[in-house]
Design a binder for this molecule. Structure first.
Ligand code: ZN
Length: 244
């Protein structure tokens, strides 16, 4: 079984289509939230994802589009984009977003899927080994898959001194998913923030128990042109060029 692991698509259909083509063939998609928000094609991204065998959880931007979060928590550009997104979404897609769970176990309880962290699934950013270490106490499975920071990383629990270490995800190199306990972020499809503007995703081979991380060039200018056309905030358009 081959799983396409994606996160933080953020309504960037051009990046999503690039990844779907690059990753094929695969059996199923696991999506770690923030399907919408920031980008220009929220409905098309949801429709495209739903055309596959899909397991998807909710992110903070999905909740913002539903009005389930106070938009005062967002910066002004994110708030503007969230309101625009809410106005675009079809009733059927709003319904679909509303039904997304915050956290799921997957594949015989081997994986926990969350958007932010196992401790606070919608909001917490796991950006340091110390925060990762605290979160290893909040899930029981060997592996936790998460998004939200838009930065690809693997945190490993160290049995000897009970700490956590952080490493960048190697590109194109299968990472063995045992025996260590790990928290893994595959990076963002639609708005990378690690200084590399290429779209990011991972493929999980469940039989071999490996995860391979990929970065792929996509037509950034095509997404930016659509954002301009819809009057989305210039800062959100510009950041796609820099991967930040
Ligand atoms: Zn996000």
């Amino acid at each position: 079984m081959r799983i396409l692991l994606v996160s933080d698509i953020h309504a960037n259909l051009v990046a999503l289509e690039t990844v779907l083509a690059h990753a094929a063939p695969f059996d199923r998609i696991w999506c770690l939230g923030d399907v919408v928000g920031y980008g220009p094609e929220p409905n098309a991204c949801i429709d495209r994802l739903r055309s596959f065998d899909l397991l998807c959880i909710a992110g903070n931007h999905d909740w913002a589009a539903l009005g389930k979060l106070d938009l005062e928590e967002f910066n002004p550009d994110a708030r503007r984009a969230a309101i625009w997104t809410r106005d675009q979404l079809t009733p059927a897609n709003l319904e679909w977003l509303r039904a997304l769970p915050e956290r799921v176990p997957a594949q015989a309880d081997r994986f926990t899927l969350v958007h932010g962290s196992p401790r606070y699934p919608i909001w917490e950013y796991v950006l340091t080994p110390a925060v990762a270490r605290a979160n290893f106490d909040f899930f029981d499975t060997p592996i936790c898959l998460m998004g939200h920071t838009h930065v690809p990383v693997v945190y490993r629990f160290q049995d000897d001194d009970q700490t956590a270490t952080a490493d960048p995800l190697p590109e194109g190199l299968p990472l063995k998913l045992n025996p260590d306990r790990m928290m893994i972020n595959p990076g963002s499809i639609g708005q990378p923030r690690d200084g590399d503007p290429r779209t990011a995703y991972a493929l999980l081979e469940l039989d071999a128990l490996t995860l391979t991380h990929y970065r792929v060039d996509y037509a950034i200018a095509a997404t930016q042109a659509k954002m301009e056309q819809f009057g989305l905030p210039p800062r959100l358009i510009a950041r796609l060029s820099y991967g930040w």
